[in-house]
Design a protein around this ligand. Structure first.
Ligand SMILES: *Cc1c(COP(=O)(O)O)cnc(C)c1O
Length: 432
């Protein structure tokens, strides 16, 4: 499969080059040249396929012959080795739990898939590839875990000192092997700035690449769980609607892509916190990105969502056809906390703040469409936002086994203050 840059000012590339480059040389995002429907028979018999088989059918057209079938099957196996259950909240709203992976974030799927693809592409290369990522919390953990033990690749995670939660910090700093964590005396924005600078710095002697959510190998595998969800509910014969808690809009964009493969979904909802660039655009037609605002659903604190341009491309930049299939709603922290309380009181379900935003979007949509089955995504386990959850609800969260195990391990990270320190670290003889 060939990929083009959405600005069309860079050459088309293969899947492999799009994965390795991340961003096109013209600083724009890659997009597949064509998208084809899957067969009618596949959808009619979807419950006869395993999750891995579904994923294989979904992704193969985007890779073509660049990865041999057996290797691709192994990559999928290393990506989807946990459950994606749908839990009913009431008669017409359910949640799709995407947090049963190793770091309890939906980002585990994209991160593991990308890590395994890069590992394959770099396996015969003597030059190790270094993946450099800045994180405000969730991304770093999922990326680090996805790349753990992948040969030929070293990972350097940069995070703002004292500004990620204890659990998140443990997820970044206790892995060892090919993963190093660096804490910067500064903010997340400072971390991101340094990473950008490092990519453009030709005095850095190692080959570096990024693993952020614009990479096609993190974006495309997110389609898997919409198909896996469909398999679980299609026999109910209801109109299916997904409400996706959204920040950078990669996940919701993957959701809409599934429609281009023929998945019979009625409508898509992007649910956001007060970072409402897209809901505003849908309401008044003006796209006006703003600096991000801090909220309790902090993994979605994005004022300028990178992937929205891909959604516009899916609708040929036509706002009216976009609005037929897609809605976006924004909610305040107060509404989010009330939703967490209501879900807990009525359904005995513990939702994290991101899932609660998704629930609110589902609820609002359903007022006008009472017959549909609305599925909101639980993008992280509530334990990852334990302070907010404990402060909002009376029930205490039981700590899951994935999290318990990291409390026994030692945190290891290097402290830095300046860009020069980062550069010295990257240019040191051996990272590990
Ligand atoms: C990253 C993240 C999101 C937002 O996903 P996007 O693809 O960036 O829109 C939502 N919830 C959680 C818990 C996240 O970590």
């Amino acid at each position: 499969m060939r990929y083009y840059s959405l600005k069309r000012k860079s050459p088309d590339v293969s899947f492999q080059d799009a994965v390795i480059n991340g961003l096109a040389p013209d600083r724009s995002l890659y997009f597949p040249e064509s998208i084809s429907f899957l067969s009618k028979r596949f959808f009619e018999n979807i419950d006869r396929y395993t999750n891995e088989e579904i994923a294989y059918h979904v992704i193969k057209q985007f890779i073509g012959d660049e990865i041999p079938i057996d290797v691709l099957q192994d990559i999928i196996q290393n990506t989807l080795y946990f459950d994606f259950p749908i839990i009913p909240i009431n008669d017409s709203i359910s949640t799709l739990e995407l947090f049963h992976g190793p770091t309890m974030s939906f980002k585990d799927v994209g991160a593991a898939f990308m890590a395994n693809c890069l590992g394959y592409f770099n396996k015969n290369n003597n030059d190790k590839l270094t993946v450099l990522v800045a994180t405000s919390g969730d991304t770093g953990g999922a990326v680090a875990r996805g790349f753990l033990g992948i040969k030929g690749i070293e990972v350097v995670i940069l995070y703002p000192s004292g500004k990620v939660s204890d659990i998140q910090e443990r997820q970044l700093t206790t892995l060892g092997q090919n993963i190093s964590a660096i804490q910067l005396d500064g903010s997340f924005d400072d971390c991101q700035e340094m990473v950008k600078k490092a990519f453009l710095d030709n005095q850095i002697e190692r080959k570096i690449t990024s693993a952020n959510s614009i990479n096609i190998a993190r974006w495309l595998p997110q389609m898997f769980y919409y198909f896996i969800a469909y398999k679980q509910v299609y026999k109910q014969k209801k109109d299916i609607v997904f409400s996706v808690p959204s920040g950078n809009f990669g996940n919701i964009c993957a959701a809409i892509m599934t429609k281009k493969l023929g998945l019979p979904i009625k409508h898509f909802i992007a649910s956001t916190n007060i970072n409402d660039t897209v809901p505003n655009y849908l309401a008044n037609g003006v796209y006006d990105p703003k600096p991000s605002k801090v909220t309790i659903s902090n993994a979605m604190d994005v004022g300028k969502p990178s992937n929205f341009i891909r959604i516009q491309q899916l609708f040929n930049n036509d706002l009216s056809s976009l609005k037929k299939l897609f809605s976006a709603y924004s909610f305040t922290d107060k509404e989010t906390k009330n939703a967490m309380r209501r879900i807990h009181k009525n359904s005995k379900y513990l939702a994290d703040p991101h899932g609660a935003v998704g629930y609110l979007g589902a609820k609002l949509f359903q007022k006008k469409n009472p017959k549909s089955l609305c599925i909101f995504l639980e993008t992280a386990h509530p334990v990852k936002f334990i302070d907010i959850v404990n402060e909002t609800l009376s029930e205490r969260i039981a700590i899951p086994k994935q999290i318990k195990s990291i409390f026994r391990k030692e945190k290891k990270s290097i402290k830095i203050k300046t860009y020069q320190d980062l550069k010295c670290f990257l240019n040191s003889e051996r990272l590990f």
